[in-house]
Design a protein around this ligand. Sequence first.
Ligand code: EQ3
Length: 320
Amino acid sequence: MVYSIESAQSIFSSTQVPSPIPATIALFEQLNVDDKLALLWFAYTEMGRSITPAAVGAARLQFAEGLLNQIKQMSQADQLQVMRDLANRADTPISRSYANFSVNTKLAFWYELGEFMKQGIVAPVPSGYEMSRGVQIVLDAIKQLDAGQQITVLRNTVVDMGFGDVVVSSSPQVDAEPLFPRTEPAPTKITVKGITEPTVLSYIEALNKDDFDAAIALFTPDGALQPPFQKPIVGYEAIKRYMRAEAQGLNILPQEGISEELQNGSKQVKVTGIVQTPWFGVNVGMNISWRFLLNSEGKIFFVAIDMLASPAELLNLRVR
Ligand code: EQ3
């Protein structure tokens, strides 16, 4: 049997992913711009405490520094307008520059703005601000999510800001950016209960070392990686750029897995476990599964990374 990416997408189809994430983002999208900014402020002040400042690192801001300095010099009214323009995806020079930032620079930019807001250097949410009903509804929806899901919502809203249809992983800045410093070394000798496939173990070991060349070498030339809530990314170059942009500094702690041999010598393998992002370190663990389709030579033809609906899903190791 010959596989297509489409058929591979349906392996381990009983894996439950959290629909509240897209639903909460859709609710957020319906807010007016000031409500969006206020919502993010409240969500962030509750979660922001657990950001590990080492992740932000001065080097990470090298591309955002110019914009941040420009914003610092502005009147409070203009600062607020810049933030509205970003959230509205308005066509302004600042909004265009922002859209070209890598994901990590976008996050670092807002982290820094948030710090400036706390220090009074950038216009804060007015002290008498009364939450509208809409903000309350979205905030309540966010509170229902687990911590890993909450930071995913926050991240997606930040990534989507700015003007232009830029594919962030192809941002030219990605290659120039320094790698995230790892505060603690991730485990590099991996064992996963139920899994002996060297490809799968090597994949996790490579990501835990930020060795994206080694990770790519495990794929077939037409292989694909499907990130959470996204379409598959196909081919060595595209996957490598994506990993460079999005997978830096991840701490992957796999727990269990299941592997099934298919008729033509290929295998489907599912692994579940916890992933920590360098932004929140050990403070937030995301429940994740990997669904691999390996060809008869043990190369990765397809891997889908899914955020799981609940911790109970970590134990869902059924084939169908
Ligand atoms: C200033 C403030 C607060 C107010 C203002 O009004 C508006 C905004 C936007 C504000 C600022 C908000 C801030 C600072 C938000 C920061 C959010 C952050 C740092 C979120 C980070 C989230 C990171 C996540 C969810 C990472 C997930 C990574 C995963 C699941 C990786 C998975 C992968 C694996 C496991 C693989 O095997 C292959 C690669 C891949 C990347 C897919």
